[in-house]
Design a protein around this ligand. Structure first.
Ligand code: MN
Length: 307
């Protein structure tokens, strides 16, 4: 991946009968992961509700971050919570979990859903779920934000993660902001509202390059080695910053599953279709679930990052 790459979003229908469209920037054909982040979906703003019936996950954590609208989450561990803007849902799939997500309360839906690939060990561990409504706030030169997972600007989220990574929402009111970065991490900056000019600014350089305009819904990739980044904007914007140490374990991602091999995915799919105990049961949907699509004709190949 070249320095300064900007990943364009592609529009993907999500869910079952009443789908909601999302704009997906990861995985990208040139870049499967940023740190352990393996999936970046931006949905809305839309007056279409989110109506996602029970479906399974393996090998990942889901990070759900609403910007507008409330979401009712129900899962196979028996959790049932209403997620509101400013609050985080972090669901750890381990070897298997299932959940549903439905808009409640009306109004526009707008938000972010991210996946984190679990490293070996945690990926075959038990599922778990955290709902966190007191995330740490952070601020700096020209910006303020909320730390969702990991540490950003010396503020640490209590959310449990399994590899070195960061996820934060950052708001810039206008003008120039300088965001601190961990140089051992690679990063992605998603323009959630508006467009921003992004200028990598590091390695002690006094020369500030002109930077690039990153359009609405696009994701700017920054390789390791950056100690800060400058963001310029005329209008108030919201960004999501993700980052982590490059994740070098092989990943096979298909539908809602993350595994290491084609056979991991086949087994997960068969367990879901047979409704085995592996994925449990989500109350409140009269037994309705989202069926898995058919497996593709070709064997799924793992994708591995080079350091
Ligand atoms: Mn899900």
């Amino acid at each position: 991946m070249t320095q300064g790459a900007i990943l364009e979003p592609r529009r993907v229908p999500l869910g079952g009968l009443r789908a909601i469209d999302v704009w997906r920037t990861l995985p990208h054909r040139d870049l499967p992961t940023i740190g352990a982040w393996c999936f970046v979906d931006h949905f809305g703003p839309t007056d279409d509700g989110m109506q996602v019936l029970p479906h399974p996950h393996t090998g990942l954590q889901t990070v759900t971050w609403p910007i507008a609208g409330n979401v009712q989450h129900r899962d196979s561990l028996g959790n049932e919570v209403i997620l509101r803007p400013g609050e985080l849902n972090l669901m750890t799939a381990g070897q298997g979990i299932s959940h549903s997500e439905f808009s409640v309360g009306g109004g526009d839906m707008h938000g972010i859903q991210l996946w984190v690939a679990l490293p070996d060990g945690a990926r075959v561990g038990p599922g778990s779920f955290e709902h966190i409504d007191d995330l740490p706030r952070a601020s700096g030169d020209g910006w303020d934000g909320i730390v969702l997972v990991g540490e950003f600007a010396s503020q640490r989220s209590a959310a449990e993660v399994h590899s070195p990574l960061v996820g934060a929402e950052v708001r810039v009111q206008g003008g120039r902001a300088v965001l601190p970065l961990d140089p051992t991490f690679e990063h992605g900056l998603l323009a959630v509202t508006g467009a921003v000019r992004i200028i990598p600014h590091s390695r002690g350089s006094r020369e500030v390059p002109p930077g690039e305009l990153v359009a609405h819904r696009h994701l700017k990739y920054l390789p390791t080695g950056e100690t800060s980044v400058v963001v310029e904007t005329d209008d108030p914007v919201t960004l999501v910053v993700i980052g982590g140490e490059p994740f070098t374990e092989p990943l096979v991602m298909w539908w809602n599953f993350v595994g290491r091999t084609h056979d991991d995915i086949v087994a997960a799919r068969e367990d879901w279709e047979a409704q085995t105990e592996r994925f449990g049961h989500v109350d409140g949907h009269d037994g309705r679930v989202i069926p898995a699509p058919p497996m593709p004709a070709l064997r799924l190949k793992p994708r591995t990052r080079q350091r």
